[in-house]
Design a protein around this ligand. Structure first.
Ligand SMILES: [Zn+2]
Length: 189
């Protein structure tokens, strides 16, 4: 299938209009291949296997691009492309996986993206691993500070212990201390 340049796509958000695809139109497409939105598809969608959902609108078609993580090898993603007519009918579809060859791909990844499109048209929202906004925020976000602030009493912990011991057994402690520490501790005390 012929596709627009990747840079023309935009991450989908609730302000965007997508071709009015609905369950009936999507099912009509899937029926041609005796497939449906089965449990695998809804699980992939709900478990956020889709990494993103992007849209490009041309004059005659709406192109949706997505990537779906492979179920077994999660480091592998398959890019999925679906085009819709302006009436919301699936025009073409393809996926990078072995079962998703275009122009009429209907593998579980294509079906999951199709399902996501349905959800988006119906609710204006879609579940993907990361939305555009989150990615941008992460880019600018300061790194999380993992250390805890130092407390004054921790900074002087050695001295504190000495003071405590000295308070308990003053004479014994003084004689056992090396001169330099004794000096320090005396100063602090
Ligand atoms: Zn696939």
């Amino acid at each position: 299938m012929s596709l627009p340049v990747t840079s023309g796509y935009k991450d989908i958000n609730s302000d965007m209009q997508m071709a009015p695809i609905d369950r009936q139109k999507a099912t009509d497409y899937l029926k041609r291949f005796q497939v449906e939105f089965d449990e695998t598809v809804t699980a992939l969608y709900n478990d956020k296997f889709l990494l993103y959902l992007r849209l490009f609108s041309s004059e005659s078609l709406d192109f949706v691009k997505s990537a779906c993580r492979a179920e077994m090898k999660k480091k592998i993603n398959y890019v999925v492309d679906i085009s819709f007519t302006k009436h919301g009918i699936v025009h073409e579809a393809q996926c990078e996986c072995g079962a998703g060859e275009g122009p009429f791909g209907h593998c579980k990844h294509v079906r999951t993206v199709l399902y996501a499109c349905l959800k988006f048209v119906k609710t204006g929202d879609v579940k993907v691993e990361s939305s555009c906004t989150e990615q941008l925020q992460a880019f600018h976000r300061a790194k999380k500070h993992t250390g805890s602030p130092l407390k004054a009493r921790d900074l002087n912990m050695v001295g504190t212990k000495f003071v405590t011991l000295r308070t308990l057994i003053p004479d014994l402690f003084i004689f056992e201390m090396p001169l330099i520490i004794r000096t320090t501790f005396t100063t602090r005390a």
